[in-house]
Design a protein around this ligand. Structure first.
Ligand SMILES: Nc1ncnc2c1ncn2[C@@H]1O[C@H](COP(=O)(O)OP(=O)(O)OP(=O)(O)O)[C@@H](O)[C@H]1O
Ligand SMILES: [Mg+2]
Length: 460
């Protein structure tokens, strides 16, 4: 059970919380001063700290800072007697996990503690995933190690504490739906998760899918039908490919987001929305806004919390981990015992541009696993990747200047990345300065581009 440290100068509060929380099954320590609290924290680190802002010796904010210095991930719930925004905002800015007001409502406190413990568990799980050398994976894990992915894990942790709207942007196959499901699972696992693909359905149908309709509201509406927003209850509505929604429906969705209420098609009753809305797109909504294809007010509403998933080619360090993970999954599904991919394939994978991202990697591995004869997937197991128009072999064989991948022309960015990688690869003995010279760019420009494309280049 989780360990809790209560720091409050009011002994009666300490005693009451001690009694109550012990009863609830927590292990409780108490301290009446900031100094004592800090000492206890160091001696026997708790999972959660409940901290009063007004303390006799040190200011609660300073204690918070010290606690966070000891352990950056400590979960501190601040108790504040002041009902003003500033104290709260300062507490949250200072890295408090949550805050509750005096007089303490124990239910509210319990909810905050439970959330803190849950977040801690999730962070540990993620850390474990990142650090453990030989892991056993679970389906639904999100694999990622770089800074971009870590930020995403953090955001998932934060949004799982609330019901804020989330916008997930990323190329096709980067894991948008996976992330939506993880957020749902961490927020309201027992409530429905309902996905709606906004591009798959014609406008009028989509409207009644989302909002439902009353009996007789249009030909064919023989019964009242509940829409997804209602069916999702306190769960999640996942609006996939939101960019494809018509401007007309965008206006209606905006109203729902603003008022958290709507009317069924052909109805007058106002229906409340309790579900969290997660929208996803593989297009750049900002560009669509600029081209008047997407409402800017809706964009800002959706974009309150944005998760931008980097494409696989910008986080190649994850490829090998992803392969381990996907092979575990594939072995389970197909009753196979594939151990790895060959070094040669690994080299090819590391250079490939992955336009279809993780889904493409997964599909390739599944198909290879089906035909593979051995336990290691070799070049011959990936016929389509080697095909003429697939770009992989081509890049290596330098077949001239047909700059295409997967049968489509490269974008300028892809071409630039491709060229930089090629120059670095072909000049393995040269240092950064010399590479700059070959490319005809300055050092800062090179640094910027390396960062942009996620190219690791350690030579000075
Ligand atoms: N980081 C990841 N770790 C493990 N598996 C992943 C990760 N990202 C994606 N996947 C897997 O890749 C596949 C594609 O992911 P998902 O369907 O979530 O992508 P998407 O962004 O919604 O794609 P699309 O835009 O084409 O709908 C899924 O099987 C998913 O489980
Ligand atoms: Mg998807």
């Amino acid at each position: 059970m989780a360990k809790i440290l209560v720091i409050d100068d009011d002994s009666s509060i300490c005693e009451t919380l001690d009694l109550y929380l012990t009863e609830e099954g927590y292990e409780v320590q108490t301290a009446n001063t900031g100094t004592d609290g800090l000492n206890q924290f160091v001696e026997s680190p708790p999972d959660v700290v409940i901290l009063d802002i007004r303390l006799p010796d040190i200011d609660g904010f300073a204690v918070l800072e010290d606690l966070r210095e000891e352990d950056e991930n400590v979960k501190v719930i601040m108790i504040t007697a002041f009902h003003d925004m500033d104290t709260t905002i300062n507490a949250m800015k200072g890295g408090a996990f949550d805050y509750i007001h005096k007089p303490i409502n124990v239910d509210e406190l319990e909810i905050a503690i439970k959330k803190a413990v849950k977040t801690l568990e999730m962070e540990k799980k993620i850390d474990g995933l990142l650090m453990e050398p030989s892991r056993s994976f679970k389906v639904g894990d999100i694999i990622g190690t770089g800074k971009g992915m870590r930020e995403i894990f953090k955001t998932i942790g934060v949004v799982s504490q609330s019901r804020t709207t989330v916008l997930i942007q990323g190329e096709s196959g980067t894991g948008k739906e996976l992330i939506a499901k993880v957020i749902h699972h961490n927020t309201a696992p027992d409530e429905p998760y309902i996905a709606v693909n906004c591009s798959a359905i014609v406008e009028t149908l989509l409207e009644s899918e989302l909002f439902g309709h009353e009996k007789g509201s249009f030909t064919g509406a023989v019964n009242r039908k509940l829409g997804k927003f209602e069916l999702a209850r306190y769960g999640t509505v996942f609006l996939d490919e939101i960019s494809e929604m018509s401007l007309n429906l965008q206006a209606k969705l905006l109203r729902v987001l603003q008022e958290m209420e709507f009317e069924r098609v052909g109805g007058k009753d106002r229906v409340k929305v309790h579900a969290r809305i997660i929208a996803a797109t593989n297009k750049d909504l900002k560009t669509l806004v600029r081209d008047d294809k997407f409402r800017d007010d809706l964009f800002y509403r959706l974009n309150i919390v944005a998760i931008n998933i980097p494409p696989l080619r910008e986080r190649r360090d994850d490829i090998s981990l992803l392969i381990d993970y996907l092979l575990t999954k594939i072995n389970l599904d197909l009753h196979k015992r594939i151990v790895s991919v060959s070094d040669e394939m690994m080299d090819i994978f590391m250079k490939y541009s992955w336009p279809g991202n993780i889904r493409e990697l997964e599909n390739l591995l599944v198909r290879a696993a089906v035909v593979a004869k051995g336990q290691v997937l070799v070049r011959g197991d990936f016929p389509e990747l080697m095909e003429e128009n697939h770009g992989v072999g081509r890049e290596e064989h330098g077949k001239g200047n047909d700059y295409s991948i997967s049968g489509r022309p490269m974008t300028l960015d892809e071409m630039e990345e491709h060229h930089i990688r090629k120059v670095i690869r072909e000049n393995s003995h040269k240092n950064k300065g010399e590479i700059c010279e070959i490319l005809g760019i300055s050092r800062p420009t090179l640094e910027r581009k390396l960062e942009k494309y996620g190219i690791v280049f350690e030579r000075e």
